[in-house]
Write a protein that binds this ligand. Structure first.
Ligand SMILES: [Zn+2]
Length: 402
């Protein structure tokens, strides 16, 4: 394999071949599937980047095209090559879901260190800080001194009593877990075990760093990925602890936490993917409801993280249309930007025993919302809405199981 020998000339020939044959027949000829994660963008058209690189290899002297198997581990190399040659590689339709799966699996695989039976909080505190930054679109990579000061301060305030506020431990561990990028260092990053060696390495190298690009991107855009990552960290590390002050401080404790941020060229979600999302969001809400075990009823106090997750699930379920079956207004009206004009509401207030859960919540147009709150027929409407919420919730979760 001679990937490094490929130049713009071979790529251009492969692009022309693809134009001549058409996408499907080009893919069949070379034995590739449609690319999901990345696409090569050229003269306003999109191409399957790996198949193009594979075919381009065949235009080298005395070489033949590369198969999908030969390139199976070479995705990063193929992308790097195309970018080096000046071609634009853009996110494909599956970019968000693949980055999502990868992020969650890496968080899952983090080694949980314990002291006196309790998980240590270095890693989750550092990650939550970075998730908050990604969500708010703050710079991904920061100089080491900036990272060190920010993380140290959070560890001092929110770490376990026995933990020393050492930011180099979590950053090295997250680096080795494939979640953190470290730049500008000459020597390899030591493991998180060596104590003074680790401290010295960071002091000597002063690496610029932050979340890896794919994780940052999906945490920035996808509310679903964001709340799933936060939920995984809370469930593993913060059982029985009050995490509210920490989430508040890192900018993840408000009821817009699960919202997506506009991604202009994102494809619309397929119904089944949305049902899977709905189900995942409901489970996150249920985790947070199950806190404070020992109480008989779910915790009724307001939790913006839980509430924001539930709200997002209800908006997905509504598909942008007022959920009142007798809506006489403009149930599918949108804002100037094309977003639904819907308000998500608890059918029964939390204070009156309602649940902060999608099966007890509805998305309403402003008119129906006003009727439900202060209309003459509000009591009848509430009964209807509760039934609608519970029916739709059951349908959606069954859609996912089926
Ligand atoms: Zn309505």
């Amino acid at each position: 394999m001679a990937l490094a020998d490929i130049t713009g000339s071979e790529i251009t020939k492969a692009l022309a071949e693809c134009d001549r044959l058409g996408r499907e027949s080009f893919l069949r000829t070379h034995g590739f599937k449609r690319a999901r994660r990345y696409l090569l963008s050229h003269n306003g058209r999109l191409y399957d980047y790996k198949a193009i690189v594979g075919a381009a290899h065949g235009y080298l002297l005395n070489q033949s095209p590369l198969t999908a198997e030969a390139l199976s581990d070479g995705a990063d190399h193929a992308v790097a090559l195309l970018r080096k040659l000046g071609f634009a590689v853009v996110d494909g339709p599956g970019a968000a879901s693949e980055a999502y799966e990868e992020l969650l699996s890496r968080i899952d695989k983090l080694k949980v260190n314990r002291a006196a039976g309790r998980p240590l909080l270095y890693q989750p505190i550092t990650l939550l800080w970075a998730i908050g930054r990604a969500r708010h679109g703050q710079e991904r990579l920061l100089p080491w001194t900036t990272t060190m000061e920010a993380v140290r301060s959070l560890l001092e305030q929110h770490g376990m009593r026995r933990e020393r506020p050492r930011p180099d431990y979590p950053v090295a561990a997250l680096y080795h877990a494939g979640l953190w990028e470290l730049r500008d260092h000459s020597a390899p990053v030591p493991t998180a075990h060596g104590d003074s060696a680790l401290r010295r390495w960071f002091a000597d190298n002063q690496p610029c760093g932050g979340l890896v690009e794919s994780a940052y991107g999906v945490l920035r855009r996808s509310g679903d990925a964001r709340v799933a990552a936060v939920d995984a960290l809370l469930s593993t590390y913060f059982d029985g602890l009050n995490y509210a002050p920490l989430l508040h401080q890192v900018g993840l404790y408000d009821d817009e936490v699960a919202d997506d941020y506009a991604d202009d060229d994102a494809e619309p979600l397929s119904p089944l993917f949305t049902a899977a999302q709905y189900d995942r969001l409901c489970r996150i809400v249920e985790h947070r409801e199950g806190e404070n075990r020992g109480r008989r009823a779910p915790d009724a106090s307001y939790n913006p993280f839980r509430s924001g997750t539930a709200r997002r699930a209800v908006l997905l379920r509504s598909r942008g249309i007022c959920e009142n079956p007798h809506c006489t207004g403009q149930p599918a009206d949108v804002t100037a930007k094309g977003a639904p004009i819907l308000e998500v509401d608890h059918v029964v207030d939390l204070a009156r025993g309602g649940r902060d859960h999608p099966s007890w919540m509805v998305a309403l147009c402003p008119n129906c919302h006003a009727i439900k709150t202060r209309g003459r027929s509000r009591e009848e409407l509430r009964a209807v809405l509760l039934e609608v919420a519970q029916e739709r919730h059951t349908q959606w979760t069954e859609l996912e199981e089926g």
